[in-house]
Design a protein around this ligand. Structure first.
Ligand SMILES: Cc1cc2nc3c(=O)[nH]c(=O)nc-3n(C[C@H](O)[C@H](O)[C@H](O)COP(=O)(O)OP(=O)(O)OC[C@H]3O[C@@H](n4cnc5c(N)ncnc54)[C@H](O)[C@@H]3O)c2cc1C
Ligand SMILES: *[C@@H]1O[C@H](CO)[C@@H](O)[C@H](O)[C@H]1NC(C)=O
Ligand SMILES: *[C@@H]1O[C@H](CO)[C@@H](O)[C@H](O)[C@H]1NC(C)=O
Ligand SMILES: *[C@@H]1O[C@H](CO)[C@@H](O)[C@H](O)[C@H]1NC(C)=O
Ligand SMILES: *[C@@H]1O[C@H](CO)[C@@H](O)[C@H](O)[C@H]1NC(C)=O
Ligand SMILES: *[C@@H]1O[C@H](CO)[C@@H](O)[C@H](O)[C@H]1NC(C)=O
Ligand SMILES: *[C@@H]1O[C@H](CO)[C@@H](O)[C@H](O)[C@H]1NC(C)=O
Ligand SMILES: *[C@@H]1O[C@H](CO)[C@@H](O)[C@H](O)[C@H]1NC(C)=O
Length: 499
C-alpha cells in the first residue's frame, strides 16, 4: 500500500491510494474516524467514489469545487453532532458547504481537509399552527418555495432557484421580500445549531438570543446550522421579470433607478438595474418585482414610460419565477464576484458603466478567444429593509449606520470565465475595475465601505464592515459557543471574524 504517497498528496494521487484509509496521517485519521462511525455508514465519500465527482460537479463555480480528502454528507442533526465531535477530537481541517453557490476558491470547501456537505439535509416542512417553515440548510430556494407553495405561503428567501439556503440565510439574504420583511436572516424564528463540541442548541429570541443575533449575518463562525425555522408570508404570487432596453436608454433607466430608490415607499416593489457584457456586446436591463403580485405598480411609472426591447414581466408563483434568475449555465464555469456600496448616486452608475466599456474591452483584448461574461448589478439597500431588521430583533450586518443618511447603492461585479487559463488574465483586470470603482466613489465622497458577505470577494473581509459593536458581539458569541476556536482555526472555508 502506498500510504506514504497518500500522506503528501491529494486529489488525483489520493484517488488511487486512499481507498483504505489508515490512521497514519491526519487525513486518514479524520476520514477513517468518520467512516468508522456506525451512524455515518455510507455517508463518507472518497475520491474513488463516483458520488465524490458528482458532488464536485454540482458546485456552482469551478473555482470553489475543491477536492477534499473526503466528504461527509450528514442526513440528520445527530450525524452532524457526531461529525463535530470527530472534527474536534482529531483537529481536522474542514470546509462547509450547503448549496455550494458561493464562488471563490475556499468559499465552501477545502482541499487539505474534509468537506462537510449539507446537500442531503434538504427538506422543507411547514407547521400550519405556528405558520413556521423549517428548512434544512442544504436545500435550494427553488425546492423550498415549491414545498411551501402547497400551503399558499412563502418566505423571504433567494431570488434564484438554485441558490442554497444555508449560506444565503447566515450571510444576510437579499430577497424579493426585503423591502417588506427585511433580509432572510431577519425572518429566522430559530436556528438549530450544532456546536464544535457536538452539542445541539436552538438560537431564538428566548434561548441563546445572543447566538441568534450573531448568526444573522455571522455566517459559518459559530457552528453548523442544521435547521432554519422561518416566519412565513401569506400568498405566493410575485410580479417580476427582466426588461431589456436599448443602450441609448441608459440615462432614462439610470434616472428611473435613482428616483425609484430615493422616493418609493411601496414596500412590495423593488428594482434592480443590470449591465452586461459578453462576446455579443453590451446590454442593459432591469429586474422589477412586486412581492404582492401587483402588475405595473404606480411606483414603477418612470420605468414604464421608457421604451423597451423585450420584457418577461409577469405574475406567477415565486417557485415558477425564480428559475429565470439562475445566472450563467451550465454549472462549472469559473465565477468571481466583487461587491461594494455607495450612496444612491447617478454619478456612480455613470462611472461604473463608462468604466465597464473600458475594462471589458481590455479583458476581451487580453483573452480574445475566451467566452466570458461580466454582469454588473445595482441593487438598493433601503431604509425600509433595515427598519424591518431592527423590528425583528436586529441582525449583525451593521446597516443601521450605513443607511442613516438615505438608501444606498450596492454594486456587484460577477465575472464568469470559461477556463482557468483565461481567468488568469481576465480576473486581474476585473479586480482593477473593482478598485477603480472604489477609488472613484471615495474621491466623490460616495463610498459607504460596506461589502455584502454573500457577494464578497475573498479579500473583502465583509465582517469587518459590521461596526465595532457587532464585531465585539460576534467575537464574544464565538468565544463562548466555540471556546476552542474550531470554526476559526479548523474551518478553512468562508469568511472569518476579524481579530
Ligand atoms: C445565481 C445566484 C443568485 C444569487 N442570488 C442571491 C440573492 O438573490 N440574494 C442574495 O443575498 N444572495 C444571492 N446569491 C449569493 C448567495 O447568497 C451566496 O452564494 C450564498 O452563500 C449561497 O448559499 P449556499 O448555501 O449556496 O452557500 P455555500 O456556498 O454552500 O456556503 C457559503 C458559506 O456559507 C456558510 N454556511 C453554509 N452552510 C452553512 C451552515 N449549514 N451553517 C453555517 N454556515 C454555513 C459557510 O461559511 C460557507 O463557507 C446568489 C448567488 C448565485 C450564484
Ligand atoms: C485553490 O487554491 C489553491 C491554493 O492556492 C490551489 O492549490 C488550488 O489549485 C485552487 N483550486 C482551484 C479549483 O482553483
Ligand atoms: C435532496 O437530496 C436527495 C439526495 O441527494 C435528492 O435525491 C433529492 O432530490 C434532493 N431534493 C429534495 C427536494 O429532496
Ligand atoms: C393565497 O394567499 C393569498 C394572500 O393571502 C390570497 O389572496 C389567496 O386567495 C390565497 N390563495 C389560495 C388558493 O388560497
Ligand atoms: C437602438 O436605438 C438606436 C437608435 O435609435 C437604433 O439605431 C438601434 O437599432 C437600436 N438597437 C436595438 C437593438 O434596438
Ligand atoms: C428624477 O425625477 C425627476 C423628475 O421627477 C427628474 O427631473 C430627474 O431627472 C430624475 N432623475 C434623477 C437622477 O433625479
Ligand atoms: C415594454 O414594452 C411593451 C411594449 O411597448 C410595453 O407593453 C410594456 O409595458 C413595457 N414594459 C416595461 C417594463 O417597460
Ligand atoms: C458544549 O459547548 C457549550 C458552549 O460552550 C457548552 O455550554 C456545553 O456545556 C458544552 N457541552 C459539553 C457536553 O461539553
Amino acid at each position: 500500500m502506498k500510504v506514504a504517497t497518500c500522506a503528501v498528496g491529494f486529489a488525483l494521487v489520493s484517488r488511487q491510494v486512499c481507498a483504505n484509509p489508515t490512521a497514519n496521517n491526519p487525513q486518514d485519521a479524520c476520514c477513517s474516524a468518520l467512516a468508522q462511525e456506525a451512524i455515518l455508514a455510507g455517508k463518507v465519500i472518497f475520491p474513488q467514489d463516483s458520488a465524490y465527482d458528482a458532488r464536485l460537479a454540482a458546485y456552482y463555480s469551478a473555482n470553489s469545487a475543491l477536492p477534499p480528502w473526503c466528504m461527509v454528507l450528514p442526513t440528520s442533526t445527530d450525524d452532524v453532532s457526531k461529525i463535530a465531535g470527530i472534527i474536534t477530537a482529531n483537529q481536522c481541517p474542514f470546509g462547509m458547504r450547503s448549496g455550494a453557490h458561493s464562488a471563490f476558491n475556499g468559499s465552501n470547501g477545502v482541499q487539505d481537509g474534509i468537506t462537510v456537505d449539507f446537500g442531503y439535509l434538504n427538506t422543507t416542512t411547514y407547521n400550519a399552527d405556528t405558520k413556521i417553515a423549517s428548512i434544512q440548510p442544504g436545500s435550494n430556494w427553488g425546492d423550498a418555495f415549491t414545498a411551501l407553495d402547497t400551503y399558499n405561503v412563502t418566505v423571504a428567501g433567494g431570488r434564484a432557484s438554485v441558490v442554497g439556503v444555508g449560506g444565503f440565510t447566515t450571510g444576510g439574504g437579499y430577497s424579493f421580500h426585503s423591502n417588506a420583511h427585511g433580509f432572510a436572516c431577519d425572518n429566522v424564528a430559530n436556528f438549530e445549531i450544532v456546536l464544535a463540541n457536538g452539542s445541539v442548541v436552538n438560537a431564538n429570541p428566548t434561548e441563546n438570543a445572543d447566538l441568534w443575533k450573531a448568526q444573522k449575518g455571522g455566517s459559518g463562525n459559530f457552528g453548523f446550522v442544521t435547521r432554519i425555522d422561518m416566519y412565513t408570508i401569506e400568498g405566493t404570487q410575485i410580479w417580476g421579470g427582466f426588461t431589456s432596453y436599448n443602450l441609448t436608454k441608459r440615462d432614462e433607466v439610470f434616472n428611473a433607478y435613482i428616483n425609484f430608490t430615493e422616493n418609493s415607499d411601496d414596500q412590495a416593489s423593488q428594482n434592480i438595474v443590470a449591465l452586461y457584457y459578453d462576446s455579443t456586446g453590451f446590454a442593459l436591463r432591469s429586474i422589477l418585482t412586486n412581492s404582492q403580485g401587483i402588475e405595473n405598480a404606480p411606483a414603477f411609472a418612470e420605468y414604464m414610460a421608457i421604451g423597451n426591447i423585450s420584457s418577461t414581466l409577469r405574475t406567477a408563483a415565486v417557485a415558477e419565477l425564480v428559475p429565470e434568475f439562475t445566472g450563467p449555465t451550465p454549472l462549472g464555469q469559473y465565477a468571481n464576484w466583487m461587491v461594494g456600496m455607495t450612496t444612491n448616486s447617478f454619478d456612480v452608475l455613470d462611472f461604473i458603466d463608462r468604466a465597464l466599456k473600458e475594462y471589458a474591452t481590455k479583458m476581451q483584448a487580453a483573452a480574445p478567444d475566451s467566452e466570458f461574461s461580466v454582469l454588473i448589478e445595482f441593487q438598493p439597500v433601503t431604509t425600509m429593509m433595515v427598519d424591518h431588521s431592527v423590528k425583528n430583533g436586529v441582525n449583525v450586518l451593521g446597516l443601521e449606520d450605513v443607511i442613516s443618511t438615505g438608501p444606498t447603492l450596492m454594486w456587484l461585479i460577477a465575472l464568469t470565465v470559461d477556463t482557468p487559463e483565461n481567468q488568469e488574465v481576465i480576473l486581474p483586470i476585473a479586480l482593477e475595475y473593482r478598485d477603480a470603482i472604489n477609488e472613484y466613489a471615495t474621491s466623490i465622497g460616495a463610498n459607504k465601505d460596506w461589502n455584502y458577505l454573500n457577494y464578497a470577494w475573498v479579500d473583502e473581509d465583509p465582517i469587518s464592515d459590521y461596526g465595532a459593536e457587532n464585531i465585539a458581539l460576534i467575537q464574544d458569541v464565538a468565544s463562548r459557543y466555540d471556546p476552542t476556536g474550531a470554526f476559526q482555526k479548523l474551518r478553512h472555508s468562508g469568511f472569518k471574524i476579524p481579530l
